[in-house]
Write a protein that binds this ligand. Sequence first.
Ligand code: F6R
Length: 244
Amino acid sequence: VFPDNQAAVRHVADAIETLVRERAAAGQPAVLGLATGSTPVPLYRELIRRHREEGLSFAHVITFNLDEYYPLEPQHPESYHRFMREQLFDHLDIPAAQIHVPPGDLPRDEIHAACTAYEQAIRDAGGVDIQILGIGRTGHIGFNEPGSGPASVTRLVTLDRLTRADAARDFRGEANVPRYAITMGVGTILRARRIFMLAWGRAKADVLRQAIEEPPRDTVPASYLQQHDATEVFLDAPAASELT
Ligand code: F6R
């Protein structure tokens, strides 16, 4: 628990920097699992700062994003493809071929094969070294809404009403928020070697208490992180305010 999110993201950025520099020195790629939304923005700003001011190179980094709305064109202002370009990728030296974001614009009958290929691409890259997560007020990680089991894999999911309501402002009205998403599964996430879940603000305090202090169950998918032996949770004081 940190006084503010700046202090928290410095720790997460340190872990990422150590991994990236070690792998680069060994001539091997570092594989990062990335999230969108407001939570990781201060982390991405810090990574961009280290790239610009301290020469931290992402030339040997491979990334896999957690999720994308469906259906949604990659050029849409609220797509996660666009978010990631604007908030991170356009400001780093990462080659485009090393970036992976689930497709939001495929015909329905091609989704299953694309999800299987996404899982295979993660395996082919050697698995995720560090996975960054936020948490939704439904208890989702990625877009694994309540009902998602610990063995779930990359797939098409239906978004929860609360998740669509929380996205309504960005989309200028709930009716414009896509009903579905493609997301890595809880099982996909749990295969990452290290997981860092980040959360800021009072609005996340109740769901964090359930995820951290109550037994793992599929009504709060983030609670399955308790079953992973290298998960760390980074909170500001308001987000931690309901923990005992
Ligand atoms: C985003 C994602 C979601 C968000 C969660 C919190 O890629 O997978 O699980 O992390 O909805 O969103 P924010 O950070 O906007 O509160």
